[in-house]
Structures are given as C-alpha cells and as structure tokens.
Design a protein. Structure first.
Length: 502
C-alpha cells in the first residue's frame, strides 16, 4: 500500500549527545516544528521525528572524559535534548535514540540488505579522520591541514574495515538528481551536490574495528567490527517508522516527505543516504531541505569551538514564543545568520510589543468601550491575497518572507486605526463606521493569530482567547475565510501579550 497523501513525515537530524544542546540544534528543531504545525493547518496528519545519535568515537571519548560508562553518559544527555523539545514547545510525535532496540534491529537488517546486494566488502584502509565530524577527509579538503568545520587536525586511522560501494551509485544518483531538480532544496544546494556527482563518488568505510571503537552496533555476522556511526545514524529515518520491526507502520509512513538539516551534513543526506536506500531496495525521501548556520561572530556555533549559546537560558529570559519568532523573522532561512541578543530585544520591542501587542490591546480596548465588549456587526473584507502569499512562502520554507507579509498586514491594521480614529468617529455619533472599523481589526487579528500559530503557538492561543474565538484547532481555511468572528461574541480583557522587558 503506498503512503497516504494526507500523511506528512518530517525529520530533523538526530543530534550527537557528546554535550548538551545549543541554539543551533534548537534552530533546526523549531524550523521543523513550524513546518509540522503548518502542515497540520493544511489538514495533514504529521509524523514529526527527532532524536539523538548516540554511538561512535566522539561519544565514546566524551563519556570516557566524563568518567562515565557510555550508556549512562548517553542516557543523561539524551534527556536534555528531550527537555529542550518540551521547553521549545515542539510538537514532535516521535523521538528516536540509536541505542534503542527498534533502531539497532532495523539498522542490522538494513546492513544485511545492502550486503545482500553485494555492496559491502572488506579492505585495509588508512585515512585522515575528524572525530568531531565523524568523517574521513582527503588532504585537498583540509585547508592548512585542518578540518574546515572544527579547525583542528584530523587523526590518522589505519585498520581493516567494511566498505560500502558508493562509487557504484554515482550514475544512478546523478540520473535521479536530473529527473528531480527539487530533490535538494534550495536549488543552490542541489547544484553543489550535482557538481560532486560530476567529480564522482568514492567508496566509503562503514565500520570500525571493535578494538578501536567498542561503542556501536555490531556488524551482522562479524562481531569484531561495529558500524560506522553515519551508516548507523542515517538509518534512523527508516527504523523509526518500523523498518525491520513493523512493516505495516513502515508502509504507512515511508518515504519521508522531508529530511531537514544544516548545510554541513547535506552531503551525507543527499548522496550517501540515497545510495544506501537504493542498495537496500528502499524508496528515496521526497526532499532534502538544507538551511544555513546560526553563527556567533561569523563562526558556526559548535561544541568543539566552545562558542555555544544555551537555548534554555534564552527561553527562560525571553520566553519560548519570542525565541521561536526571532529566529525566523530576523534571519533568512537558507542563509547563515548571526545570533545576537541585541537584535532579539529589538525585534521583541518593535514587532511583538509595539506592532502586534499594541494592535491587540488597542482593538479590544476600543471594542470594550465602543461596542459593549462584544464583536460588532460583521463587515465585508477581502485579504485573500495576503494569505495566498503567506501560503506560498510557507510551502517553500521562506519563513522570513511569510512573517514579513504578516507584519505588513499588522502594520496596515495599525494604520487603519490611526487613519480612521474610531474614538473621534464615536464622538461624532458615526457608530456604523466605528463598528465597521472594529470588525475589520478584530477579524484581521483572528486571522493573524492563526497565521502566526506555527511560529508562536502560545501567543496565538492567547490572542484567539482574547477574541472569544473558541476553536483552537484552526485550519488554513479558517485563516483565509473572512467573517468567522460572529457578531455578539464576548471579548475578554486581554493580558499584555508581550510585557516590557526588564
Ligand atoms: O551532525 N546553526 O549531529 P550534530 C544551525 N549526529 N544549525 C545547527 C548549528 C548551527 N550553528 N549547529 C548544529 C550530527 N545545528 C549528526 C547527524 S543525522 C542522521 C546525524 C543543527 O549534533 C543542524 O541541523 O552535530 C546541523 O545539521 C545539526 O544540528 C548537526 O547536529
């Protein structure tokens, strides 16, 4: 049975548990959550997967350095990633750990499928390995002999390993790319990968000797070797939906619609993973969506560079919704963006407090004063164009542009107040005009609340509550349809949505 068209399966990378999460991890997870919530608005049933990548050299060393056994160590850190999900208000439906049995069984089955195709062989190898990336490098890709991401010298690894015949898939993947120009999104990322295919893919080592690395999934049939952490990790996307353990569930959800990640691991997802899937006889995911880096002073934030910003701290000071909003209002999703508290505070004051918060407070206060605290008589309005543009941007992960459009609308509503001056109209006895203006404001705010719900789920509910709109599982249709606020509905005195920062 093919996957149902109303099923949407979306994944984040599974994060390494060598240290606590930072805002880079939060960024990807929130972006995925925004899309998951948007797809639900469209009426889709969403499977939203995240999780932790718990094997490999890097984790084994971090556990040793902490003086803990590996399992105990990964248990502790994995919990902080789960907690981050709660704190960020992520609507994830599944959290996979690569130390779970459903995963280790599925990964072993995947290995056997690729081996059954004749794509796995053993050979002696020596190469330069960056433990932070968990990746071999060739010298030409190491400026000044250093890993381009972690700025440290790789280590020389020499041993006999299993290899995956990635080279055999160069042409098939190139053909797939040529037939699917939107397989990797945005298109500049597709082009980068297509260029690598022109140069050709080389076979990759997919295991480590147990003597060197004990913390991993045993290679089926050879307990003296463990799986290379990337071969193990990539399979999480299928093992989480039942590959090797629950066929029915697998058929319901695979292929994934989107794998989301930042650019440094695009290659693993766009080239190695499709080859692995082809080898195992499993269909390819719909799309690989790649975003830029959150930087601090222009450098990628990473555990090994030690320039991490703690998301728990930001959220406890500024609130979850503010953080979620800021990340996508300030920075363009595909590109790198520098994170700064000063800019976050500026956005809070100008966009949230001043534009949106004030609009809600002023509109409801006027309706309480001039319309008996009730929704006035309905008026015709037409802003379908605003929401059509919003929809188009959201579909393309253009979150900044989607929010820009919403804020243009919010500013237009504020200007309507300044232009119409309902308090003067009221004094002049022009009650119909007061009602008409207020209905446009309140109904516009109701729609705005739905449009911001993927970004600021709590603020959205507070706005709808203040407007007396009791339908809290809104759909996109109820955003675009004008006139769902019924006249006579009772308004609630709103609490300031965005109180002054202290
Ligand atoms: O690579 N800016 O795990 P990881 C934006 N376990 N996003 C960032 C970021 C930053 N500064 N830092 C991290 C791994 N991220 C592997 C993945 S998947 C089968 C295995 C986000 O803990 C971004 O999504 O290093 C990036 O690709 C991912 O975290 C890397 O997380």
């Amino acid at each position: 049975m093919p996957k149902k068209s109303d099923h949407y399966y979306l994944t984040t990378p599974i994060y390494y548990v060598n240290a606590a999460p930072h805002i880079g991890h939060a960024y990807t997870s929130i972006a995925a959550d925004v899309m998951a919530r948007f797809q639900r608005l469209l009426g889709k049933q969403v499977n939203f997967l995240t999780g932790t990548d718990e094997h490999g050299q890097k984790i084994q060393r971090a556990a040793e350095a902490a003086g803990k056994n590996s399992q105990e160590f990964v248990d502790e850190i994995s919990v902080t990633f789960r907690k981050l999900g709660d704190v960020l208000n992520l609507s994830t439906t599944d959290f996979i750990r690569t130390t779970e049995e459903r995963h280790t069984r599925g990964a072993a089955k995947f290995w056997e499928a690729a081996a059954g195709r004749g794509d796995i062989y053993k050979k002696k190898y020596e190469g330069l390995y960056c433990v932070s990336c968990e990746q071999f490098y060739v010298e030409k890709d190491l400026p000044e002999g250093l890993c381009p991401i972690h700025k440290k010298a790789p280590e020389l690894f020499q041993e006999e390993n299993y290899f995956f015949r990635l080279s055999a898939y160069t042409e098939k993947i190139a053909e797939y790319f040529d037939a699917h120009h939107d397989f990797v999104f945005p298109h500049n990322r597709w082009k980068e990968m297509r260029q690598i295919l022109v140069e050709g893919l080389e076979d990759v080592s997919i295991s480590r000797s147990r003597e060197k690395l004990s913390w991993g999934i045993p290679v089926p049939g050879d307990p003296m070797q463990v799986m290379y952490v990337w071969f193990d990790a990539l399979t999480n996307y299928v093992t989480a939906v039942g590959y090797g353990t629950n066929e029915k569930f697998f058929d319901d959800w695979w292929p994934a619609d989107v794998h989301l990640m930042a650019k440094e691991i695009n290659r693993f997802h766009s080239l190695l993973w499709p080859a692995m899937l082809m080898s195992a006889g499993v269909s390819l995911p719909g799309k690989i969506v790649v975003h830029g880096w959150l930087t601090v002073d222009g450098e990628k934030m990473s555990k090994s560079l030690g320039n991490m910003v703690d998301p728990f701290e930001i959220v406890s000071r500024y609130g979850t919704d503010t953080f979620r909003f800021f990340l996508f209002r300030e920075m363009s999703f595909g590109s790198d963006g520098d994170f700064s508290i000063a800019k976050l505070e500026q956005r809070y004051t100008s966009d949230l407090q001043h534009d949106l918060g004030n609009l809600l407070m002023r509109s409801i206060a006027m309706a309480i004063k001039f319309c008996d605290g009730k929704i006035p008589q309905q008026t015709v309005g037409d802003n379908t164009e605003v929401w059509a543009r919003y929809h188009a941007h959201m579909e393309k992960w253009e979150f900044q542009q989607a929010l820009e459009g919403v804020w243009e609308y919010v500013r237009a509503l504020n200007q309507l107040i300044d232009r119409e001056k309902p308090w003067t109209l009221y004094k002049e006895g022009k009650f119909e005009e007061v009602n008409a203006t207020l209905y446009i404001l309140l109904e516009g705010l109701r729609q705005t609340a739905i449009a911001i719900s993927p970004f600021m789920p709590d603020a959205s509910v507070s706005m709808l509550t203040a407007l007396g709109f009791e339908y809290f599982d809104p759909k996109f249709d109820s955003l675009t349809e004008w006139g769902l606020l019924k006249s006579g509905g009772v308004l609630a005195e709103p609490h300031p949505l965005f109180p002054p920062l202290i």
